[in-house]
Design a protein around this ligand. Structure first.
Ligand SMILES: [Zn+2]
Length: 198
């Protein structure tokens, strides 16, 4: 299903253009080609609601055409004000390992669509380092390949607040722990002893 939630899902290009074109009635040059990309870059990771909010505040209070850098600042302000946390592990600016998205754990698969187990990524940039499993290496592959953990595993559908008491966040964490326990059992059953790895 391709349901777009304006409160959570990242801004789509068509919605972005709609907002910018509306702003162009007040700031005639804002939809000029040269800068359009930079405006989009500033808002592409935030929900449409954020873009609408900041556009509204520019229209209400800015005499001059806001620049892309004003958008970036407004987005940071908006995030702070709205307690907005992003769960997308693919954030391009901060990610050092694009195999695991810096989670430190990857999915091991034998064929498309088939989940097999979790394994530690071969990198050292992990956020979670508590999976009792070996580190991935190509010698270990045996017909398997690795993929980053799907975004959907971590993305809440209704809440934008990282509140550990929130039932949706709780169930996301529970499901993740369940997957990890299953993976650890898999490796234990194969004879893997985590302590020896260190
Ligand atoms: Zn990694």
């Amino acid at each position: 299903m391709n349901y777009q939630n304006p409160d959570i899902d990242p801004v789509l290009q068509k919605d972005f253009l709609e907002v910018i074109n509306a702003m162009a009635e007040v700031y005639p040059n804002i939809n000029g080609k040269a800068r359009l990309k930079y405006y989009f870059d500033a808002v592409k990771d935030v929900p449409l609601k954020c873009l609408r909010d900041i556009s509204k505040s520019f229209l209400m209070s800015s005499k001059y055409m806001p620049l892309p850098s004003d958008f970036t600042d407004a987005v940071s302000e908006w995030k702070k004000k709205n307690n907005y946390f992003k769960f997308n592990p693919d954030e391009p600016t901060k990610i050092e390992c694009n195999k695991c998205g810096d989670i430190g754990i990857v999915v091991m698969k034998k064929s498309e669509g088939e989940f097999h187990s979790l394994i530690n990524c071969s990198c050292d940039t992990s956020v979670f380092q508590d999976l009792k499993a070996p580190k991935w290496s190509n010698q270990l592959s045996g017909g398997f390949y690795i993929e980053s953990c799907p975004f959907e595993w971590f993305r809440p559908k209704t809440t934008t607040k990282l509140d550990l008491e929130n039932s949706e966040i709780k169930s996301i964490i529970e499901n993740w722990n369940k997957k990890k326990r299953k993976a650890e059992k898999y490796w234990r059953d194969l004879g893997y002893k985590h302590e020896e790895e260190k």
